[in-house]
Design a protein around this ligand. Structure first.
Ligand code: TGC
Ligand code: FAD
Length: 389
């Protein structure tokens, strides 16, 4: 049975192979059965629905593109993207959990870790037995992470870590944190910090109006002793965390298409059913303008994501290309959420429909993983050769 008629105005399905479609259907089916029925309540209560973790692991959302040898799903980048699209059709906060676990925790261990770290941690992260978080942002260094103050000193048989990270997704319950900190020479390295280490705490950040179904918190390091084997040995410098962001930003470029599709689909159905002045509001040109522009923008975003995915599969996607897609697609989704909300009139502000929740969520998505402004400046740098940060 058709679970959802996904907008596909340009027959983009013809560009997908059987595996892509299978992954998409399996994810869609899980979202419909497990995520959609509980998400509104979780968001209203501002609680992360931990019961979804096992299901996310089962559908392969923890490490979709990590090779099967390490417990990942071994899929290509298009399948990864479609999976993020379907999860974010449900909720951006749950997609965030999958993004962080896959691209910001498993990816750095896979790409920069030792064989021992990979063998020990990746299978547990893939199965959801262990959950991770990623600490880059600090209270005084958000868009400019290169200025970070968190640091570690070499104490012979261990490192001593001090500092603080803020706005960290999954921090309140994560078992491990990939933490970016400077050594005595000011060079950035990744460290694996484990819950329970003395001097390490993870207070939760409350009162968010956005990503309410995702837990956000701080990471505080007060003379935390880190065993030397917990340093990621194979890459350092700011390029190491930024390399992880490339992978997460790519997933977001697909994910937000799902949120936009859900808003568009809801608004289209509502417009056909809602009668005002004796006729469905869908007959009115003003409503048709909104809906027509939405499907146009969704179609453009799908093509951008698909082409970026093929480039990524070939190992040819540049960071600047990823920035363009993240920025364009998040902006597209946020605008569609706002317009869809208006089509529903007063009903649009209630929890009976998903639109307002998507809209509030997307206010985080447009800020995290590089703000709308920062991604524009990355394009600016790429085309002019001049950094305007
Ligand atoms: P800059 O001098 O340009 O670069 C420093 C070094 O990094 C290299 N590089 C990259 N490497 C890999 N991938 C990328 N995307 C890269 N971009 C730059 C660069 O080549 C250089 O290497 P080297 O060897 O020459 O040292 O650095 P800058 O200090 O001028 O900053 C550049 C800027 C502003 C683009 C960067 O800092 C940036 O992207 N800022 C935004 C910060 C951000 O995105 N934070 C995200 C935090 S994590 C998060 O939000 C998770 S939300 C999770 C969820 O719930 O889904
Ligand atoms: P700032 O950098 O202070 O920016 C404020 C404003 O100034 C923005 O509009 C920005 O675009 C603008 N601005 C900044 N620099 C420039 C410039 N050079 N030119 C023009 N304009 C500029 N971080 C993590 O490390 N891990 C996580 O898991 C994580 N999860 C998050 C979850 C949520 C819900 C949120 C909201 C954030 C999360 N973040 C995470 C942090 C996120 O990455 C940062 O919020 C983001 O990078 C922006 O930093 P900032 O909030 O300090 O804003």
């Amino acid at each position: 049975p058709d679970l959802f008629t996904a907008p596909d105005y340009y027959n983009i399905d013809d560009l997908l192979n059987e595996e892509h479609k299978m992954v998409r259907e399996a994810t869609r089916s899980w979202v419909k059965k497990e995520l959609s029925p509980i998400i509104e309540d979780a968001a209203q209560k501002a609680e992360f629905p931990k019961d979804l973790l096992n299901g996310l692991a089962e559908i392969g959302a923890f490490g979709p593109y990590i090779p099967a040898d390490y417990g990942g799903a071994g899929l290509d980048q298009i399948s990864y993207g479609l999976m993020m699209q379907e999860i974010e059709r449900g909720d951006s906060g749950i997609r965030s959990t999958a993004s962080v676990q896959s691209s910001l925790v498993m990816y750095p261990i896979f790409a920069y870790g030792s064989e021992e770290q990979k063998k020990k941690l990746l299978p547990k992260l893939a199965s959801g037995e262990m959950i991770g978080c990623f600490g880059l942002t600090e209270p005084d260094f958000g868009s400019n992470p290169g200025g970070m103050l968190t640091n570690f000193k070499d104490k012979g048989d261990h490192y001593l870590l001090n500092g603080a990270k803020l706005w960290i997704s999954n921090a309140p319950f994560a078992d491990i944190a990939i933490v970016w900190a400077k050594n005595e020479e000011g060079r950035i390295h990744g460290l694996i910090v484990e819950r329970g280490m003395e001097g390490f705490s993870t207070p939760e950040t409350h009162n968010k109006w956005s990503l309410r179904a995702s837990a956000t918190g701080e990471l505080i390091f007060n003379d935390v002793k880190i065993p030397k084997k917990n340093l990621l040995p194979n890459k350092n410098g700011l390029g190491a965390p930024l390399g992880c962001l490339d992978s997460a930003r790519y997933g977001i470029a697909w994910g937000v298409i799902g949120a936009a599709m859900d808003c568009y689909d809801t608004a289209l159905r509502y417009a056909k059913e809602r009668i005002q002045f004796g006729k469905p509001i869908a007959v009115k040109q003003l409503q048709q303008k909104k809906l027509s522009e939405m499907i146009t923008e969704i179609t453009k975003a799908q093509l951008l994501a698909w082409r970026l995915g093929t480039l990524k599969n070939e190992g040819k996607a540049t960071s600047a290309q990823i920035s363009m897609a993240k920025r364009n697609n998040v902006d597209m989704a946020l605008k569609i959420a706002r317009e869809s909300r208006q089509i529903l009139g007063a009903m649009g502000i209630t929890g009976e429909y998903s639109i307002m929740r998507h809209m509030m969520n997307l206010e985080s998505v447009v800020t995290y993983e590089g703000t709308h402004d920062i991604h524009l400046l990355i394009t600016g740098l790429d085309i002019t050769g001049h950094s305007a940060f």
